[in-house]
Design a protein around this ligand. Structure first.
Ligand code: ZN
Length: 683
């Protein structure tokens, strides 16, 4: 649960700092084209990889092989998200590349947009809102297109006809009630049955899953594996059984390709520690053994000296309603040494922050272990990190590894930099910020405090606190992701306004934190609603977390008018009257959320989330959507990767690795589907 995703308001926070950044990064090309494409509710950006040229050839080769491996699990994620995703993607790509009719035709254009959305979301459901996209072309048009295609290019099951394929897929594509939502996080229905993802087989029910894994867990085990992390749970002959994702298991074809590439990477490891990390990951992929995964995670968290680093595997569990099964992802990167000086100050003082936090002493770590933090530059993102990508990551996720060995946390500054550059002149701040006073503060400090909040969230927030002995780490069930994100955000918010930040030189003065407070409250109370359709609830864990915090402190501070919603020309604005009291409210909520986590208080956690994080005021929502529509912006953004190429001499030896930044979104997606597609259509 340790990923931070950019909020709508980070966009505003990152405006107006071009001058500072220019000084720091001479190698950023001024003519670089950050914006690649825009369709539906999405904008596609491109990130740069400053500093890549000056790495050693060995490091570049290591990055090359890790980056190749980062692209090889793409199909796994598609299949994890829904069992029809690969079939639908492949059919639509075939149509897209071979359609003989008028490509300007409205229905074909609608098909193109639909395919682009599937590429972006790694499937037929919205990457963030989880709801299924409904195509703007008709079933009749779909049928006509499919019938036009060479049948050998279509993913027809063995022994079946094209007609059967169309019949099977038509409701999946067009019927809004079929597989309506990828992941159901809460509610009264059976969240396993109702979720359209592919983590559980057909006919598997929530109660059975809980019993199946409940039996495996030993409450006295101090170092439990992450049960269920790397498998699909299916019913065979009435018996539940795990189909493990490993070489020789489910998704073997893709995992074999990843392993082959990791084996090439081993030869270029920077040191023995890093070599052991890669080799242990390979061993895990080959066996599927979760103890080996933990061994890998421990080695990985301890390797803090290598400059090149990566994540590759089944890592984050947001997609599983029970938060156990992990989606496949990869992020390959190297350290940004200059910016890491900032996070080093934070991690060097981790114990001070833990000791001084407002939470109950019983829930604090007596000894904060191995919190390491750095700022990184990504070279390739894949799986669940692509095209929508986090701006910060904190891993590993296993609570006991974090307790005994610490965690590694990163802020991804070439991504936040791209957001910053692409947002300049975006207009969101002009529309939604109360007055020039707030606008000035945000302009002056917003980029810095936005990055700093990410640092604090990742490096300290997720790493802080402890569970009481015997508390089940999965005890908060469907509410765990939201509450964990809230805990991390609150830890960061509480300390943003602490004098210690000035003392440590992390902010220039005692005013700076107000930029993040204002951005956070405006986003949580209003602007993030641009991502939610009118009439719908807030679903995604990070968004729920932000609304939970913002609405809770708003309500608790209402009598004192700490934060107000004021009207001006019939428009609603967030006004913060008392920043100091607001900080104390953040501290109060942090105390309660930490208690809920430490004690595993499911009922209190559920109540907090259901009361504050889910429901939306429909009148305010409509107003926000209307004002936003006038701005011609896209509420969600993602990235294309650079193309990484080996340069070889006449003897075939690699003499350099270079990056090309010219590939467009469609070309990249089609290339990945052609060159990195290892899985059969039905798995
Ligand atoms: Zn987080």
């Amino acid at each position: 649960m340790k990923k931070i995703i950019v909020s709508v308001m980070t966009v505003v926070a990152m405006m107006g700092c071009a001058e500072q950044k220019k000084e720091k990064r001479e190698d950023v090309q001024e003519t670089f084209n950050y914006v690649v494409d825009k369709f539906a509710d999405l904008q596609i950006l491109r990130y740069q990889v400053p500093g890549f040229e000056s790495l050693s050839l060995q490091q570049k080769q290591l990055l090359y092989h890790l980056s190749e491996a980062a692209l090889m699990g793409r199909d796994i994620l598609f299949d994890q998200n829904n069992r029809y995703n690969l079939a639908i993607r492949r059919i639509l790509e075939t149509i897209y590349q071979n359609y003989k009719g008028d490509r300007e035709n409205e229905e074909f254009q609608a098909l193109e947009t639909y395919l682009k959305r599937i590429w972006f979301s790694n499937g037929i459901h919205h990457h963030y809102g989880e709801e299924k996209f409904i195509p703007a072309f008709t079933p009749v048009f779909f049928r006509a297109c499919v019938e036009q295609m060479d049948a050998s290019k279509l993913p027809v099951r063995e022994g079946e006809t094209v007609e059967q394929l169309i019949a099977e897929l038509t409701p999946v594509l067009f019927d809004p009630t079929v597989m309506a939502k990828r992941t159901i996080q809460s509610g009264d229905q059976d969240i396993i049955v109702a979720s359209a993802n592919n983590y559980y087989g057909e006919g598997v029910h929530l109660k059975e899953v809980e019993a199946f894994y409940g039996k495996m867990k030993d409450p006295k085990d101090q170092t439990p594996v992450s049960y269920g992390l790397n498998s699909r749970l299916v019913k065979e002959n009435g018996q539940l059984t795990e189909k493990v994702w490993k070489v020789g298991g489910l998704y073997s074809e893709a995992i074999e390709a990843i392993v082959a590439e990791l084996e090439k990477a081993v030869a270029f490891a920077e040191n023995e520690a890093q070599k052991a990390v890669i080799e242990t990951l390979i061993a895990y992929y080959k066996t599927g053994d979760l103890k080996t995964f933990d061994a890998y995670s421990v080695l990985w968290v301890k390797d803090t000296t290598s400059e090149v680093d990566f994540v590759n595997g089944f890592i984050e569990t947001y997609g599983d309603p029970l938060g156990m099964k992990a989606s496949w992802e990869s992020s390959v990167n190297f350290i940004n040494k200059e910016a890491t000086k900032r996070t080093k100050v934070i991690s060097d003082n981790a114990q001070w922050f833990e000791d001084h936090s407002p939470v109950d002493k019983r829930f604090k770590k007596e000894e904060v272990k191995g919190v390491s933090a750095k700022v990184i530059t990504v070279t390739m993102i894949g799986g669940d990190c692509y095209p929508a990508t986090p701006i910060g990551i904190n891993l590993p996720n296993a609570d006991w590894i974090r307790r005994d060995h610490g965690s590694k946390s990163v802020t991804i500054e070439n991504i936040t930099e791209a957001y910053d550059k692409a947002s300049q002149g975006g207009g969101l701040g002009a529309e939604f910020i109360w007055s020039d006073t707030e606008r000035e503060i945000i302009k002056k400090y917003g980029f810095l405090t936005g990055n700093l909040h990410t640092d604090l969230h990742e490096c300290l927030g997720h790493g802080s606190g402890k569970l009481l002995p015997g508390v089940d780490p999965d005890g908060l069930k469907a509410y765990s992701s939201t509450l964990e994100e809230a805990r991390a955000d609150l830890f960061g918010l509480y300390y943003m306004g602490d004098d210690k930040m000035v003392e440590l030189g992390l902010v220039p003065d005692a005013e700076a934190y107000k930029a993040e407070y204002y951005n956070f409250m405006m986003n949580g109370l209003m602007t993030q609603l641009v991502r939610v359709e009118l009439g719908k609830n807030v679903e995604e864990a990070h968004m729920r977390n932000r609304q939970l915090i913002a609405r809770w402190v708003f309500e608790k501070g209402e009598a004192d008018k700490v934060v107000e919603m004021k009207k001006k020309d019939d428009k609603t604005y967030v006004v913060i009257n008392d920043y100091i009291k607001l900080r104390h409210l953040f501290g109060e909520l942090l105390t309660e959320v930490q208690r809920i986590k430490s004690e595993g208080d499911f009922e209190a956690g559920k109540k907090l989330v259901e009361d504050y994080a889910v429901k939306v005021d429909p009148v305010l929502h409509a107003e926000v959507l209307e004002r936003y529509a006038g701005l011609n912006l896209a509420p969600y953004r993602g990235f294309v990767n650079p193309v990484m190429k080996q340069v070889k001499n006449e003897k075939g030896e690699v003499t350099d690795v270079v990056l090309d930044y010219t590939e467009g979104f469609d070309d990249q997606m089609l290339r990945y589907s052609s060159d990195y597609s290892y899985l059969p259509t039905y798995n």
